[in-house]
Design a protein around this ligand. Sequence first.
Ligand SMILES: Cc1cc2nc3c(=O)[nH]c(=O)nc-3n(C[C@H](O)[C@H](O)[C@H](O)COP(=O)(O)O)c2cc1C
Length: 222
Amino acid sequence: MPVEGVSCGAIDQRFGERDVDIETEGLSVEECYRLLTGIVVPRPIAWVTSLSETGVVNLAPFSHFTFVAAKPPMLAISVGRKAGRMKDTAANILANKEFVVNIASFDLVEEVHSSAIEYPPEVSEVEKLDLETRPSLTVRPPAIARCPVQMECVLHQCIEIGPRKTQLIIGEVQRFRIRDGLLRDGKIDTMELHPLARLGGPNYATLGEVVTMAAIERTAKS
Ligand SMILES: Cc1cc2nc3c(=O)[nH]c(=O)nc-3n(C[C@H](O)[C@H](O)[C@H](O)COP(=O)(O)O)c2cc1C
């Protein structure tokens, strides 16, 4: 089905299905964003705590999030701009080089969603949402106490991408803090974690059906 305001190319019928061919050149940022956030799903959410230079605890969710290296463990979040200005999370991380990636389980959906409200830097989302924090062990920003997994990170690299200077922030995990009972034989019990995921629009999901396949023989990681 054509997307409103989007110029469409030829309808391709080779595969017996009508598909819509959209050239990205003519799309606005909003149009690209809308397509990508509906296509790249479900996305895990990095719920990031960082500290301002005056000590305000900032909290915000980022679903453009993944891990990018295993050892040392590295995570990446992609932070867009607000009318060209840096978001508080990016400004804090660039200033003091530390942050915590908290992983929320599904019961925290309201708090995660509300923590994206755009408060000025001197207002703490943690206080607004009445969320309890706990001190981290290796970095200064505290963690969100209710989160079953907390990853204490130091900034490894920030790469500015494209003309809009989207900030890809890569952090090295210094410490994993995992709730008791979630870890079995060094692996996370994913059903027990009950992670919250983001879809397109203000839509969220959690795990659906899980299928287990035969393990594939593989070369040891180096
Ligand atoms: C679930 C969720 C995921 C989000 N993911 C991102 C993201 O990956 N990148 C981004 O720039 N903004 C994302 N946002 C929007 C930011 O959270 C929002 O701009 C927030 O106000 C930034 O806060 P800060 O200025 O305190 O850093 C997301 C919002 C929600 C609700």
